[in-house]
Design a protein around this ligand. Structure first.
Ligand code: SF4
Length: 264
């Protein structure tokens, strides 16, 4: 008998993958869907609350995957080299590898929440047995549809109040004002990021180009003022999208580089 094709959906903790899970659940076409979340162990705290809400709505466990070793073990293996957009070992080792191990050699369809109004490719597995599918693109769902789906069900993830994407608390894709948001909302995690910058990063290393996190805090007022001005300028030119989406869609953010498995 032919082996069943597995149907999987990776929940990143972000809005699009959550909305996709809800969308497909409402259609009830794939009752055997396996939901999974790859946990680095250093995720934003709000993500776990959001996953709990989503599990209740889906009526099903979201399987927690993770690397067998924690982030700091991997960091040691990389000779203390903190991850960065150029050296993104974090995604490979802590997100993609556990996913590929979970699938093994099984034939599988992996559902991905890229929207019809996006023009980007994600960081997805290249394994031949994993076939990606993009239901939002096929069905023409855009950003507003995604927000509506969330508002009507589990709500929008709380961290959207101050950060544009999910993922690790120290993710190097976050903007300066988001680092400030981290310092205010999660001072312990921010303090850890400061320590990592000093200890593991070593002489001259900074999470943000040209500025340490301590310098960032000293320049908080200036950074927030500039950020506010930028958002106002963008809002004048644009419509009523959120400031996060305006920045992303106007190419002022690194969303295109962010991995789907981390932040979609
Ligand atoms: S969220 Fe950021 S830091 Fe975490 S694995 Fe993804 S790219 Fe790396």
């Amino acid at each position: 008998m032919a082996k069943k094709i597995r149907q999987v959906l990776g929940i990143s903790g972000g809005k699009d993958s959550a909305a996709l899970a809800i969308y497909l659940k409402q259609q009830n076409k794939i009752p055997e869907m396996e939901y999974f979340f790859t946990d680095t162990g250093v995720e934003l705290p709000e993500i776990y609350t959001f996953l709990d809400k989503l599990e209740i709505y889906l009526g099903q466990k979201i399987i927690r995957l993770g690397s067998k070793k924690d982030f700091f073990h991997h960091l040691k293996m990389k000779d203390g080299m903190l991850p960065s957009p150029q050296q993104r070992w974090c995604t490979k080792e802590m997100k993609l590898a556990p996913f590929e191990e979970f699938i093994g050699n099984d034939e599988c369809i992996s559902y991905i929440g890229i929207r019809a109004d996006e023009n980007r490719e994600g960081y997805i597995s290249n394994k031949k047995n994993i076939k990606p599918m993009f239901p939002f693109i096929e069905d023409g769902l855009v950003r507003e549809d995604i927000f509506n789906l969330l508002r009507e069900t589990v709500g929008i993830p709380e961290y959207y109040e101050w950060r544009s994407r999910s993922g690790c608390f120290f993710c190097f894709f976050q903007r300066r004002e988001e680092w400030i948001g981290l310092s205010e909302r999660h001072p312990k995690e921010f303090a850890r990021a400061v320590e990592m910058e000093k200890q593991e990063g070593g002489e001259g290393y900074t999470w943000i180009q040209g500025m340490t996190l301590e310098e960032l805090v000293d320049r908080k007022d200036e950074i927030l003022t500039n950020s506010k001005k930028r958002k106002e300028q963008l809002a004048k030119r644009k419509d009523n999208r959120s400031w996060q989406d305006i920045l992303i869609e106007d190419g002022q953010d690194d969303e295109n580089q962010a991995c789907l498995i981390c932040s979609l």
